[in-house]
Design a protein around this ligand. Structure first.
Ligand code: GLU
Length: 464
C-alpha cells in the first residue's frame, strides 16, 4: 500500500482557532500513526482577509503544539497558474465550458426555480453553446446531471447527493481567478493527498470537489468531516465562551501536551482512557474512533489535564517556561536557582502556569515589598499571635540548620512545649512569611525561603 498523505489547509484570516487546531491534530495523527506524510498548505487566496501575521500565528500555534509538517509550506496564492492550467485542461476535454450569464441572470434563474418549488440553481443555459473566452465570462464545470455523487466519510459514514441537486460550479471567475473548490482539488491532487480530514462546515463542498476530481480524471482521496466544537451552551464555540485561539491558552499557562491531549480527546476516544501522551496518541489513533457528534469544550477538564502535565513535567522545563508568567504579573523573572527550589512545592498544586506564578510570587519579591493581605493580617496577626511569632523568630534564629526536617521538628517541639496547637501558630506564621493564607506546607515554605528571608519577614509582620 502506498504511503498516506494528509494535510492541514488553514485560511490565514485570524489566529489558530481551537477547532482548526483539533483538525490539524487529527490530520497530523493520521499521518504519523501510519508512517505517512503531513503537509501544510496556507489557503491565502482571499487577499483582503489573509495577512502575514495570521499565517505566522498559525505557524506559531502549530509549533507550540508540536505539530511538525513535512517538506515546504505550500501557499495557495502562489499556485493560481497551476489551478488555471487545470481549468484549461477541462475546457479542452469538454469537462468545462464558458458561460456568459451575469450574476443577475443567474439570480433570476434561482428565483424562478424557487417559485416553481425546485432547488435554486444555475440552469445550464450555456452548457452547449460552445462559447469561447470573453469579458465577464466565467468557466463552469460541466457536471453530471443524473446519478449521484457518493463518498464514504471517515467520520460520518456513507453520504450521497443527487447530481441534479448541484449547480454547474464556477471554476474560474470572470476576473480570471480560480475558485476555492477548484483550487483545493488541484492542490490536494498535486500534493498527493490521500486523506482529507477537515471541519464539518466543508461537508457540502465535498461532492462538488469529487465532481472536479472526476472531471480531471484524478484519484479521489478519502474524506472525513469532524463535528464542530460547542460551548457549554451547546452553541458553536466562539469568543463569547472565552478564548478560542490556541495561543490564548498558551498565555493562560496551559502546557502544549495538555492542549493536544485535550483536543484529541474532544471528538476521538480510545476506551475510557483520558491521559494520552503524544506517543500514545500516535500509537493508538485510528479514524474509526472519531466521534460523529459535536463535542462541548470543557475548561475544567482541560485544567485537570494541565494540572496532571504540570505535575509530570521536569522541573528544569518548568523553570524554562515560567519566567514570562512572572513578568506578566509585573515582577522581574526569578533567578533559575530560586525557581528550581520552589517548583517542586507548586508542581503538585498549580492548574496553570499563571496560577503557578501568582501563588508562588511571594517567594521571589523583596522582603520589604511583600504585600500582606489586609484581611488576613486583621484576622490572624493578633497581639497574642505576635507574641508567639516573636518566640518562633528566636527559635528559628537559633536552629542549627534551616532544613525542612529541622523546621518540622522545631515547630512540633514548640507546639508541645508551649501546650498549644499547630493550628494556632500556623496561619500567623504563614501570613508573616507569605502575606497570604495559602501556601505549601509551612516547614517547606520556610525552608525554601531560607532563614534570612523568613526572619526578615517575621520582623516586618511584627510591626504591622
Ligand atoms: N481553508 C479551509 C478552512 O480554513 C479548509 C479547506 C480544507 O480543509 O479543505 O476552512
Amino acid at each position: 500500500m502506498s504511503r498516506i498523505v494528509t494535510r492541514f489547509a488553514p485560511s490565514p484570516t485570524g489566529f489558530l482557532h481551537v477547532g482548526g487546531a483539533r483538525t490539524a491534530i487529527f490530520s497530523w495523527l493520521l499521518a504519523r500513526s501510519r508512517n505517512g506524510r503531513f503537509l501544510l498548505r496556507i489557503e491565502d487566496t482571499d487577499r483582503e482577509r489573509s495577512t502575514p501575521e495570521a499565517t505566522q500565528a498559525i505557524l506559531d500555534g502549530m509549533t507550540w503544539l508540536g505539530l511538525d509538517w513535512d517538506g515546504e509550506i505550500f501557499y495557495q496564492s502562489e499556485r493560481a497558474h497551476i489551478h488555471n492550467a487545470a481549468v484549461d485542461r477541462m475546457l479542452e476535454t469538454g469537462q468545462a465550458y464558458w458561460c456568459e450569464c451575469s450574476p443577475e441572470e443567474v439570480e433570476a434563474m434561482r428565483e424562478k426555480a424557487r417559485g416553481e418549488g425546485r432547488k435554486p440553481k444555475y440552469d445550464g443555459r450555456c452548457r452547449e453553446r460552445g462559447l469561447g473566452p470573453g469579458p465577464g465570462r466565467v468557466v463552469r464545470l460541466k457536471a453530471p446531471q443524473d446519478g449521484a455523487t457518493s463518498f464514504d466519510d471517515m467520520v460520518k459514514g456513507p453520504i450521497s447527493i443527487a447530481n441534479e441537486e448541484m449547480d454547474d460550479l464556477i471554476l474560474r471567475r470572470s476576473d480570471g481567478s480560480p475558485t476555492y473548490n477548484l483550487a483545493v482539488v488541484v492542490d490536494d491532487a498535486e500534493m498527493g493527498v490521500t486523506h482529507v480530514l477537515r471541519g464539518e462546515d466543508h461537508v457540502s463542498n465535498t461532492p462538488r470537489q469529487i465532481q472536479i476530481y472526476r472531471a480531471l480524471g484524478l484519484p479521489v482521496p478519502r474524506f472525513g468531516h469532524v463535528p464542530m466544537i460547542l460551548g457549554p451552551d451547546k452553541k458553536k464555540l466562539s469568543k463569547r465562551h472565552g478564548a478560542t485561539s490556541v495561543f490564548d491558552y498558551h498565555h493562560q499557562g496551559i502546557l502544549p501536551e495538555a492542549m493536544v491531549n485535550y483536543l484529541a480527546r474532544l471528538g476521538w476516544s480510545c476506551g475510557d482512557q483520558e491521559i494520552f501522551s503524544k506517543d500514545d496518541l500516535v500509537r493508538l489513533f485510528t479514524t474509526e474512533n472519531l466521534g460523529s457528534s459535536a463535542a462541548v469544550f470543557d475548561m475544567d477538564k482541560l485544567l485537570w489535564l494541565n494540572a496532571h502535565y504540570i505535575k509530570e513535567a521536569a522541573p528544569e522545563r518548568l523553570a524554562d517556561l515560567l519566567p514570562p508568567f512572572f513578568e506578566a504579573q509585573g515582577m522581574p523573572a526569578p533567578g533559575r536557582e530560586a525557581l528550581l527550589t520552589v517548583i517542586p512545592h507548586y508542581q503538585t498544586r498549580a492548574k496553570t502556569l499563571v496560577e503557578f506564578a501568582a501563588s508562588s510570587a511571594f517567594f521571589f519579591v523583596d522582603d520589604a515589598a511583600l504585600v500582606y493581605d489586609p484581611a488576613a493580617v486583621a484576622k490572624f496577626l493578633t497581639a497574642d499571635a505576635k507574641a508567639r511569632l516573636a518566640e518562633l523568630r528566636d527559635l528559628f534564629a537559633a536552629l542549627p540548620n534551616f532544613s525542612e526536617e529541622s523546621l518540622d521538628t522545631a515547630l512540633n517541639a514548640y507546639v508541645t512545649a508551649t501546650d498549644t496547637s499547630f493550628k494556632v501558630i500556623a496561619q500567623p506564621l504563614r501570613i508573616a512569611v507569605t502575606g497570604r493564607t495559602q501556601s505549601p506546607g509551612l516547614h517547606q515554605t520556610l525552608a525554601a525561603l531560607g532563614r534570612e528571608k523568613s526572619l526578615a519577614r517575621i520582623d516586618r509582620a511584627l510591626t504591622l
